[in-house]
Design a protein around this ligand. Structure first.
Ligand code: NAD
Length: 495
């Protein structure tokens, strides 16, 4: 029998008042049910928000460094449970163990960063234009925050949001993706064990269309931090914007890697393999487009096809496997449909393109690593996020054309260029339209203390990571202290 998980509302593990449940299925072995989870309803969300409201004052008055100590303890607990969490994560969403260990490590790094940041959270002290007057800024909590996360980084992304939200003195209602509720639950267990008081964090499971919508629309939730697809982001933006809520949206990507003629080709090859087929291409930062300088195009493409052919598909718990399954049958069908569209549009299928089957692959939803050549902007496989192991290859005659191709997308999350020419590298850093640019590295590899986010349809201008996310989760307060003992009118009495 599969494990039965619960919501965590008002300091208690509890069933949903709906009495309904859903199963979480291992995408590599469909007979393996990771757990059963409550399907929450409006009454659960109301209770969660009410609890978060009751806990807010005491939590926000706790000194930030003391909250930081709790985050440090949570990091320590994650270290102790790292392997256990990585294994459950691989079971629930399929990526290989090396990657799920990395995903947990990103959560640990984020916890320790929060511990440090809790003693910083700097305001400014600025000279006044008037005598005997003192000007400063500080940060105050926002209130109750709704956190809604995707399934592809089930520990890292919730950690990116929950640690800064809590450290900044907010209380939280958290809904993990319904494909990865077990990892989300373990993170909440850890935060509670570390000392986050009852009611400060509330966990509600369920689907996006039901529970997500209820969170976004709840009038007592002050801010929404969302990571997921651009289409859902737009819906949330409209609903939460109507209520003038603060909203952070981290959305889709269509990231490209450029390989110039002077690049270290072996390095560039390793980069594109990891970028395009790691996490089975299901990353917001996945390399889904490759732009090769035309003088090395044929040679590099051949190397790439040969290397991709050697990738081993299978269950991510097998340490010899390179590429796990795609998340579910509906995603696999979507990817397959894009392959059909690509062929119809005139792109040249040079590898893969079909469901991967045979032996252990028959137990889950596997898809062959797929490469299209002769792709051009305007084709749907070029323009739309496929979110699977499908790479579109293009040719560029020079740096300017390569950058123009890279920018020919509605998205702008990550980007990469392989070159040994320092002038080309600096030109790319300036001219590429993306939130993140890697020089001689793949499009993936975020570090928790650096800002993370994108331009264009990838988001609405906020950033996760680093100090930037602490700005999102707090309200700036400007304070003037006049110790002159008289009325001093700015812009008037001093002019
Ligand atoms: P998704 O948009 O389907 O779901 C994300 C979350 O939103 C889930 O918890 C889901 O239940 C919830 N949701 C769905 N509909 C909702 C609604 N109407 N109202 C409120 N909540 C709703 O995305 P996904 O399939 O889980 O993740 C893949 C997508 O996420 C890709 O587009 C990927 O690029 C993007 N992503 C972006 C980043 C980033 O930082 N930019 C990181 C990871 C993933």
């Amino acid at each position: 029998m599969s494990k039965s998980y619960n919501n965590f509302i008002a300091g208690e593990w509890c069933e949903s008042e709906s009495g309904q449940r859903f199963d979480n299925i291992n995408p590599a072995v469909h007979s393996d049910i990771v757990g059963s989870f409550p399907r929450s309803n409006a009454s659960d969300i109301d209770r969660a928000v009410e609890a978060a409201g009751e806990a807010l004052r005491a939590w926000s008055l706790m000194p930030a460094p003391e909250r930081g100590e709790i985050m440090k303890k949570a990091g320590d607990l994650m270290v102790a449970r790292k392997e256990e969490i990585a294994r459950i994560q691989t079971r629930e969403m399929g990526k290989v163990l090396a990657e799920t260990r990395g995903d947990v490590q990103e959560g640990i790094d984020t916890a320790y960063y929060a511990f440090g940041e809790a003693r910083r959270m700097f305001g400014q002290t600025v000279p006044s234009e008037l005598p005997n007057k003192f000007n400063l800024t500080t940060h105050l909590p926002l209130g109750i925050v709704g956190v809604i996360t995707p399934w592809n980084f089930p520990m890292a992304i919730p950690a990116w949001k929950l640690f800064p939200a809590l450290t900044s003195g907010n209380t939280v209602v958290f809904k993990p993706a319904s494909d990865t509720p077990a990892t989300g639950t373990m993170l909440v267990e850890i935060l509670i064990e570390a000392g986050v008081p009852p009611k400060v964090i509330n966990l509600v499971h369920g689907t996006g269309s039901e529970v997500g919508t209820l969170i976004v629309n709840h009038p007592d939730i002050n801010a929404i931090s969302f990571t997921g697809s651009s289409s859902v982001g737009r819906t949330i933006n409209a609903a939460a914007g109507e209520q003038l809520k603060r909203i952070s949206l981290e959305l889709g990507g269509k990231n490209a890697q450029i390989v110039m003629d002077d690049a270290d080709q072996d390095l560039a090859l390793e980069g594109v393999l990891w970028g395009a087929f790691g996490t089975t291409g299901q990353r917001c930062t996945a390399t889904s487009r490759l732009i090769i300088h035309d003088t090395i195009h044929d040679e590099f493409l051949e190397m790439l096809v040969n290397a991709t052919r050697n990738l081993k598909l299978g269950n991510g718990l097998d340490e010899t496997v390179d590429v796990g399954p795609v998340i579910n049958e509906s995603a696999r069908k979507t990817i397959h449909n894009y392959v059909r569209i690509g062929k119809k549009e005139g792109a040249k299928l040079v590898l893969g393109g079909e469901f991967a089957t045979g032996g252990v692959l028959d137990t889950g939803t596997f898809f062959q690593p797929t490469i299209f050549a002769d792709v051009v902007p305007g084709m749907r496989i070029h323009d739309e996020e496929i979110f699977g192991p499908v790479l579109s290859v293009m040719k560029a005659g020079d740096l300017a054309e390569a950058i123009e191709l890279l920018n020919a997308t509605d998205y702008g999350l990550s980007s990469s260029i392989y070159t040994r020419d320092v002038n080309a590298a600096f030109t790319a850093m300036r001219d590429i339209q993306a939130g993140i640019t890697y020089i001689n590295g793949p499009t993936i590899g975020a570090e928790c203390h650096m800002p993370f986010g994108g331009v264009k349809n990838t988001g609405n201008g906020h950033r996760e990571g680093g100090e930037a996310v602490y700005d999102f989760f707090s309200e700036p307060k400007t304070i003037y202290v006049d110790y002159s003992g008289r009325l001093q009118r700015a812009q008037i009495d001093n002019r």
